[in-house]
Design a protein around this ligand. Structure first.
Ligand code: NAD
Ligand code: ZN
Length: 247
């Protein structure tokens, strides 16, 4: 199956890659589902919503401060690095990611290929956006989520800022989603790495590639929503399987 997948990649000219939380699992970034997704008995689904932030911004920011500190200590793994190599070898590759951890970007910059950027569907955990004027900026400093006053505030208008990520029930950045869907519709090969396929509309990018006839390879140790539509399913960890495909 590895040989078959390698041959399919070699033969392809337009590739779309979709990654999810699983591509960063071996870097130590916790996924949302399962035990490690729990924080002080809150479920991610109850914190990552605009309603939760409107009700209790301090608690939501405390959760993000904790996640940011975990992610800041994580490094890209062999899966992130292999995808940079793939983008170097096959110029017509579009990398689309649901991740907010910045590890694809970090792998690219460590390889001296900062141009190999992912199309982000769910934003970045190291960016913030003003809730009033919507001004957005990078923000990597530690957050002392001890009081409302201590939370990040907009340099332009002084209002409270929120994490610049897409929460449950919010719309995705329109241009990025359009770019991802266009790449999927035009792709002859689709690589799906570490995503359960349960979060829409992100999952519709893979659905589009499958519907357009792309050879679809799913890399995930568990079952995913894409398995039945896939040409090949490689049941394994991304950091082990991807280097075998791209080497
Ligand atoms: P998900 O939790 O729904 O699915 C993760 C998938 O990764 C599962 O199918 C799991 O079997 C698989 N997986 C686990 N370990 C793996 C490994 N070593 N190699 C390959 N696959 C592995 O994640 P999702 O589909 O990305 O959706 C969750 C949502 O949560 C997304 O919207 C995302 O924005 C957000 N999220 C992001 C991060 C991050 O940035 N790293 C982390 C958690 C959640
Ligand atoms: Zn503002």
């Amino acid at each position: 199956m590895i040989a078959e997948a390698r041959a399919a990649i070699e033969a392809s000219t337009r590739i779309v890659v979709m990654t999810g939380a699983g591509v960063s699992a071996e870097s130590g970034v916790p996924t949302f589902r399962g035990e490690e997704g729990l924080w002080r008995n809150h479920r991610a689904e109850d914190l990552a919503t605009p309603q939760a932030f409107a009700r209790d911004p301090l608690t939501v920011w405390q959760w993000y401060a904790w996640r940011r500190s975990l992610i800041a200590a994580c490094r890209p793994n062999a899966a992130h690095r292999s995808l940079v190599q793939l983008m170097c070898r096959k110029a017509a590759t579009t990398l689309v990611s649901q991740n907010v951890d910045g590890l694809h970007e970090q792998a690219a910059s460590e390889a001296g290929r900062s141009d190999c950027r992912p199309v982000l569907l769910h934003g970045s955990i190291f960016r913030v956006r003003c809730i009033e004027c919507r001004n957005e900026r990078e923000h990597r400093e530690d957050i002392e989520a001890t009081s409302l006053e201590a939370l990040p505030h907009c340099p332009a208008c002084g209002s409270l800022e929120r994490p610049a990520v897409v929460w449950f029930g919010e719309i995705l950045p329109r241009d990025n989603l359009r770019r991802a869907l266009e790449a999927a519709a035009a792709a002859d090969l689709c690589l799906v790495v570490g995503t359960s396929g349960s979060v829409y509309p992100a999952a519709s990018v893979v659905d589009t590639a499958i519907a357009s006839g792309a050879t679809t390879i799913v890399i995930d140790p568990a079952g995913t929503g894409f398995d039945s539509g896939a040409t090949l399913k490689l049941s394994g960890a991304a950091a082990e399987v991807l280097p075998l495909l791209v080497r």
